[in-house]
Design a protein around this ligand. Sequence first.
Ligand SMILES: [Zn+2]
Ligand SMILES: [Zn+2]
Length: 176
Amino acid sequence: MVSIFVWWIGEGEVDHELMEHVRVHLAAAFGRPVFLWESPERPRHAYDEKRKQWRTTPILSWLGEAGPGAGKVLAVTDADLFIPILTYVFGEAQLGGSAAVVSLKRLAEPAGGRALLVDRLAKEAVHEVGHAFGLVHCGQEHCVMSRSPAVREVDAKGKDLCSECRIHLDELAGGA
Ligand SMILES: [Zn+2]
Ligand SMILES: [Zn+2]
């Protein structure tokens, strides 16, 4: 069975409680072992001096080289992420690949207290890892795989995969 690794790659100090929450939520959503991974390495080459943001594509390929080298790896950061065609992204993943990244940065506004921030991060973590398992966007509004371009949509959707996405996940991943 494919394991999932969660790795803090942010600039600030790791928030152990937050990472543990993400770990537990991923384990519940995917029914797979989820481990915390730690290493001081950071994908500095992904920083764009002009935009003062971090580009996700080089982060994802770097995770494949610098990470645990097995299973799926979800990087969590406090850095502002982007892809060239968008102002920012909450996260990105290699569809059906091994790497995903999610950022706290844009999930913090509008502020609603720590519990809400933790909730938002858990949802986006499941969403991006879902992509890494090959799941695409879902039309069910409550499903965690529904598109959420803004925090409003993140807050409106649920934390779990809908029954269709769950079936699709089993087909994609099988026993793996
Ligand atoms: Zn998505
Ligand atoms: Zn769904």
